[in-house]
Design a protein around this ligand. Structure first.
Ligand code: URA
Length: 436
């Protein structure tokens, strides 16, 4: 085979065979296909798309480039959740202990934040002593003992994806649904889970800006999961304002603890319970979403989920006393209010602008190797739909030094105030299941 023939085949909108896709990924990883040819192939894919079969084969070829975790020693169905990333999305943190408290194993492999979206691992590292780098044996042992672990990827899961993603990042080919879906799924299948719930974010603060794009991605993800023998379901959820009221690492841990105490913002609670219910059904706890929802609510109400979180923190070397004393989490030196300059109703909040502001405060990464300030962030005092009076505090900026006026202004501008209350829109927009 010749790479140039595969590039022209894709450029002309034809369908590649399994053998061709396997060959091109294998040759690329072996250093036989140069970056410029792979870049041309990625651009051709960006414009021509892929069939379900092609994108599954691409995921499998990238999966085969590296290790695969064997979780078969953990009894029962193992369930994970994957979010396509949003601002203030701390759901994995309350969700994992909640589902584990109900007897379902959650081996969660998470990532770090980049750009305006935060990462679960960074958030957890604001708990003093918490370790996310476990060996494979420690990871498996902990899931067996505690029922859950949240770790960074150990071993070499889908190295082809890592190299291709780096190329996509600099060739304008990140925003391609088959490339995104195969990239996510190569790593998720490698992580050895049997079942997956996807949270596909839709809106200005998300990768997928429109509902149609998000639905397409969700369908691609569940189709690849099905081809890999992994049970799955995807929820499309709104990201047209930040999730919850905190953005920033230790602030989001405190909010997660509030959820586990059966308190906290309504949207975070609703989504945590909805995703937990889907995970419980996939794990075979019950076939009724209503029963699963009640189970999740009970475990939040009676403290089982909170106790499981303490257990998880302790098992990963962290100081579980932060659960009872969240004020011992890293705290910013300054709290600066951002106030409304007009009155009306809050009609929208630019989640991406707020995520970027937190990154500029030091709470997120502009580059992969940036070191984070875990204490800084934003606390929202208003959410979409609430009335606002001139002079009201819209958000509190938590900073370690006096924030620049431009940053405070960007935060203020992110809160859009109109004359009329906006129409209420649902948080959970759609459920996408694999085709039968
Ligand atoms: N996340 C991934 O893992 N891959 C993509 O391509 C996009 C988001």
């Amino acid at each position: 085979m010749r790479m140039v023939d595969l590039i022209t085949k894709k450029r002309d909108g034809k369908t590649l065979t399994k053998e061709e896709i396997t060959w091109l990924i294998g040759q690329y990883v072996a250093g036989e296909v140069p970056d410029y040819q792979m870049s041309a192939f990625l651009m051709a894919t960006y414009f021509q798309g892929m069939t379900d079969e092609e994108q599954s084969q691409l995921a499998f070829a990238m999966l085969d480039s590296g290790d695969r975790l064997d979780l078969s020693s953990i009894p029962g169905i193992k369930v994970d959740k994957h979010s396509t990333g949003g601002v203030g999305d701390k759901i994995s943190i309350p969700l994992t202990p909640l589902v584990a408290a109900l007897g379902v194993s959650v081996p969660m492999i998470s990532g770090r934040g980049l750009g305006h979206t935060g990462g679960t691992l960074d958030k957890l590292e604001s708990i003093p002593g918490f370790k996310v780098d476990l060996t494979e044996t420690q990871f498996i042992d902990q899931v067996q003992d505690v029922g859950a672990a949240i770790v960074s990827a150990s071993g070499d899961l889908a190295p082809a994806d890592r190299r291709i993603y780096a190329l996509r990042d600099v060739t304008g080919t990140v925003e391609s649904i088959p490339l995104i879906a195969s990239s996510i799924m190569s790593k998720k299948i490698a992580s050895g889970t049997n079942a997956l719930v996807f949270d596909v974010k839709v809106g200005e603060g998300a990768f997928m800006k429109t509902r149609a794009q998000a639905e397409k991605l969700a369908k691609a993800l569940v189709a690849i999961a099905k081809a890999a023998g992994v049970a799955s379901v995807a929820l499309l959820t709104a990201m047209d304002q930040p999730l919850g009221v905190t953005i920033g690492n230790s602030l989001e841990i405190a909010e997660s603890v509030a959820i586990l105490r059966n308190q906290g913002p309504a949207d975070v609670r609703q989504l945590t319970i909805a995703l937990a219910a889907q995970m419980l059904v996939l794990a075979g706890k019950t076939d009724s979403l209503e029963v699963a929802t009640n189970l999740a609510e009970d475990a939040l109400r009676d403290g089982r989920a909170l106790r499981k979180f303490k257990q998880l923190i302790t098992a990963q070397g962290g100081d579980a006393s932060i659960v009872d004393q969240p004020q011992t989490l890293p705290q910013a030196k300054l709290k600066v209010p951002v106030k409304a300059t007009t009155s009306g109703y809050l009609t929208s909040i630019d989640a991406e602008a707020l995520g970027t502001a937190v990154m500029q405060l030091g709470g997120g990464r502009a580059k992969q190797d940036d070191v984070l300030d875990l204490a800084v962030g934003l606390v929202l005092h208003k959410k979409v739909g609430t009335p606002v009076h001139e002079g009201d505090t819209l958000a509190m900026v938590h900073a370690d030094s006096e924030p620049q006026e431009a940053l405070l202004e960007a935060v203020r501008q992110a809160f859009v105030i109109g004359e009329a209350a906006p129409e209420k829109t649902p948080l959970i927009l759609q459920v996408v299941r694999p085709e039968a």
